[in-house]
Design a protein around this ligand. Structure first.
Ligand SMILES: Nc1nc2c(ncn2[C@@H]2O[C@H](COP(=O)(O)OP(=O)(O)OP(=O)(O)O)[C@@H](O)[C@H]2O)c(=O)[nH]1
Ligand SMILES: [Zn+2]
Length: 346
């Protein structure tokens, strides 16, 4: 196994530690770089392998960023290595279906501009997703060059979560990328989220995002037509990789009760102090949250956003549960029909 080549893809030694001797002998790791319906693009660090999805059946549902083991001889997927993190979202348009966005991301750059785009509630939403996905969030405030006092924005963002790291940058300036380099070093995987126009592409460019392989990529199909393969993994000048998929750009909360509770942990703690266990914090006597609002310890915007995100995630989680139930029942139905058909045949 060429660990140096794998390092370029964000491979960490802890992944290697999970392999059995047999797996080390008979298989090799690849990273999922893109998914196009029936085919999956996998990278070894020195080679690109496009595999039909059936060949990866044993690896389960796949996300960009997943590490898979392929059999040395057949190149069939043997298994998927346990994920260190997984970012998922409620699929756009499809009611209550979860879509896997990216796996094994170490750091999420939450991008927001120091202008009218700056929105604390949106930042909290992304922080909840990061927490739920087990990814370290870093808030990157762009367009700092265009505002009078970048520190005003920075201080507000710092309040959102204890220990939160917030950087202010001119995303066009490579010199401003230095504080971010640590998160982009070799063996690290980062992803970007933020609203349209916040500066994600500009930031990616300044971080040196480029194609992972410069040779051996076939851009022409068998008929000589030019084809562009959408690669979702890019290498960065600091040695790490960036996962950038269209799905990353529109995250919604899906089943992330823990993430929301973590980001708003002071509100959760306050609620435990309320006189009534089922206090709805809407004027009941002995409400600790109302008291905190009154004395200015907690602001109304934050409480409202907590309640909104809480309700939103509960709704999504509920419909996900219903869907899973439905799928389960449908599964039983198929099985029953299948066995009835088989009985008829024999
Ligand atoms: N002055 C200044 N301009 C910036 C900065 N970051 C981004 N821009 C400009 O803002 C515009 C939008 O930036 P993009 O990088 O395209 O934003 P994006 O987040 O990728 O947007 P989508 O692709 O729509 O998601 C571009 O014209 C950038 O040049 C910054 O830090 N300072
Ligand atoms: Zn209360």
């Amino acid at each position: 196994m060429d660990y140096q080549q794998l390092g370029k893809l964000g491979w960490k030694s802890c992944f290697g530690g999970q392999l059995t001797e047999e797996e080390e002998r008979n298989s090799f790791p690849v990273r999922v770089a893109a998914h196009f319906g029936s085919r999956v693009l996998c990278l070894t660090g020195s080679e690109e392998i496009v595999l039909p999805i059936e060949q990866l059946h044993d690896c389960g549902e796949l996300a960009v960023g997943d590490w898979l083991l392929l059999d040395n001889e057949t190149r069939r997927g043997v298994s998927r290595l346990p994920r260190e993190s997984l970012i998922s979202r409620k699929a756009a348009g499809v009611k209550s279906k979860t879509q896997l966005i990216a796996a094994n991301v170490d750091t999420l750059f939450i991008v927001c501009s120091c202008n009218h785009d700056f929105n604390l509630s949106r930042l909290e939403r992304y922080l909840a997703v990061a927490s739920e996905s087990r990814v370290t969030p870093i808030v990157v405030l762009t367009k700092a060059d265009l505002c009078e006092d970048r520190d005003v924005f920075r201080q507000q963002a710092l309040q959102l979560q204890s220990g939160l790291i917030v950087e202010t940058v001119d995303a066009r300036d490579t010199g401003d990328m230095e504080p971010l380099a640590y998160w982009c070093r070799s063996g690290q995987t980062v992803a970007l989220v933020g609203s349209s126009g916040a500066g994600k592409s500009t930031l990616a460019m300044s971080l040196g995002a480029g194609p992972l392989l410069t040779q051996g990529i076939r851009e022409d199909d068998s008929k000589g037509r030019h084809t562009t393969t959408v690669r979702s993994i890019h290498c960065l000048s600091a040695g790490g990789v960036l996962i950038d998929t269209p799905g990353m750009r529109e995250l919604q909360l899906a089943d992330c009760e823990e993430g929301v509770a973590k980001v708003f942990d002071e509100i959760v703690a306050l609620a435990e102090e309320c006189q009534f266990r089922d206090c709805s914090h809407q004027g009941e006597p002995g409400c600790a949250i109302a008291a905190a609002i009154q004395c200015g310890e907690l602001d109304t915007r934050r409480l409202k956003n907590y309640q909104k995100l809480q309700a939103e995630q509960a709704r999504n989680a509920q419909s996900l549960h219903e869907r899973r139930e439905q799928d389960r029942k449908l599964g039983h139905f198929y099985k029953a029909t299948l066995s009835a058909n088989q009985k008829r045949k024999y």
